[in-house]
Design a protein. Structure first.
Length: 92
């Protein structure tokens, strides 16, 4: 079960939503030093103590993040930062 789940509605075409999701992933790679890869419309990402998926469907992006024991204390801060980034990227 995910420690953080963020759902962001959008009005983008799937190609545009995928480009927006890639922006979110690129920022997460920088912020959290992780690797990310696509499989169909699901972006998987991971690093030690941090993993998850960003699934795209028409009109919706759903991010699920699982945190290791060392990062659970930072879950609120991580959720706030990622929520801001997703809102910014998917609202354009």
């Amino acid at each position: 079960m995910a420690d953080i789940t963020i759902v962001q509605d959008h009005a983008m075409a799937m190609e545009e939503a995928r480009a927006a999701a890639q922006k979110v992933a690129d920022q997460m790679v920088v912020d959290y030093e992780m690797v990310a890869e696509w499989q169909d419309d699901v972006l998987s990402f991971k690093r030690t103590g941090f993993s998850g998926t960003l699934a795209l469907t028409p009109g919706r992006a759903e991010l699920e993040i699982s945190l290791g024991i060392m990062l659970k204390g930072f879950s609120r801060k991580i959720e706030e930062q990622v929520t801001k980034n997703m809102t910014k990227v998917f609202s354009t």
